[in-house]
Design a protein around this ligand. Structure first.
Ligand code: SF4
Ligand code: SF4
Ligand code: FES
Length: 360
């Protein structure tokens, strides 16, 4: 073993860290290596081969996403041989998937097609043969579409479902060129262990896994504006990117910020990712309502509604005693909102009867 405490990548030194891959050491130096099958939340698989780099002393190029650094290791990521490999791998993936970028990016951004431009893979450098893979276009689940003709069989979706979500609802099926993503017995995802978290969509580098509602809407992700927000379904505080069609003033879909950037590390649950149709629902309450003496509800100002609530609560306290009151907050409240409600209960009304339905 070398005495050096460093790894050298493209002539720059970085401190050797035990167990670190070439990809992560390169990132610390600000050196970008393209990846398709890699995701920081998954065990390295080395499946797509776009990240191959030269390692001094090794005859074969090595996958940066899976190859661990060693003290004194010298790596090159920007040689002609590395470039040619990237172009070759991209053309192989394009040969049996949708080759036209506009068509491939009909609704989702495809990293594969971004790389096609970035690494200068010219049309005609590969022969487009089309996909021999099959999917289940008739899968009636409401949220997730799998489009086999865009799949490069990197298995990131399968690994996410297994390693992160822990439900193994999808798997690789068939052999050779017909290898595809499927469920047991080719059931609809609805009838599997799938929790509709949509993580398989988030890790897919080609848009083969995609959101069905956005597919029906039909507007490319590139033309949507991402608005960072906090999911309001529970108090965890997951960060979400709301993809908005500004012209139509509509939410088209919700995506997760990249792993490693927010508290939820790129993960979402079914509610955060898909349950956003209430926003545009015609029955949604957008103004306070108060009940008239004849039982009818009518619109009111916030001042009037709050004043009515205070009067009602005080009336109950005066008539029946403070312990006839109980305050229960919604699981959609944040920690700060729960704090305020217990303050209202304890300091405002003098009762300890306070609970939150998710007990957070
Ligand atoms: S939505 Fe989640 S649980 Fe369902 S197949 Fe995809 S990763 Fe697995
Ligand atoms: S659907 Fe996407 S993530 Fe899954 S294997 Fe195909 S390209 Fe990879
Ligand atoms: S990103 Fe390294 S092999 Fe796929």
């Amino acid at each position: 073993m070398s005495d050096s405490k460093f790894v050298v990548i493209d002539g720059s030194e970085t401190e050797y860290r035990e167990g670190e891959t070439v990809l992560h050491a390169a990132r610390r130096l600000g050196i970008e290596i393209p990846t398709l099958c890699h995701d920081d939340r998954l065990e390295p698989a080395g499946a797509c081969r776009i990240c191959l780099v030269e390692v001094e002393g090794s005859r074969l190029m090595q996958p940066a996403c899976a190859f661990r650094t060693a003290p004194g290791m010298v790596v090159r990521t920007n040689t002609t041989r590395v470039d040619r490999n990237r172009q070759f791998i991209i053309s192989l993936h394009l040969a049996d998937t949708v080759a036209d970028r506009d068509e491939a990016e009909d609704v989702s951004i495809s990293r594969l097609h971004e790389y096609t431009e970035k690494y200068g893979v010219a049309e005609g450098e590969w022969q487009h043969v089309g996909s021999p893979r099959e999917g289940r276009p008739d899968d009636e689940n409401p949220f997730i579409a799998f489009r086999a003709d865009r799949c490069i069989v990197c298995a990131a979706c399968v690994r996410y479902c297994d390693e992160v979500e822990g439900v193994s609802a999808i798997t690789l099926a068939n052999r050779g060129g017909r290898t595809t993503i499927a469920t047991a017995d080719l059931r609809s995802l609805d009838h599997t262990t799938c929790e509709m978290c949509g993580g398989c969509i988030a890790v897919c580098p080609t848009g083969a896994m995609t959101e069905k509602p956005a597919l029906f809407y039909g507007k490319p992700e590139r033309e949507l504006e991402k608005v960072r927000s906090t999911c309001n379904f529970c108090g965890v505080g997951c960060q979400i990117d709301i993809n908005v069609d500004r012209n139509a003033n509509r939410i088209v879909k919700v995506t997760s910020p990249p792993p490693g950037t927010t508290v939820n590390d790129g993960n979402l649950c079914v509610k955060g990712r898909f349950a956003n149709d209430f926003v545009h629902h015609p029955d949604r309450l957008t103004v306070p309502l108060v009940r008239e003496t004849d039982g009818r509800l009518r619109e009111a100002s916030w001042d009037e509604a709050l004043e009515r609530a205070v009067r009602g609560l005080q009336g109950v306290k005066e008539t029946h005693g403070v312990d006839s009151l109980a305050f229960i907050s919604s699981s959609r409240c944040t920690g700060e909102e729960n704090y305020l409600l217990q303050k209202l209960a304890r300091a405002g009304f003098g009762t300890q009867n306070i609970h939150q339905c998710a007990a957070t």
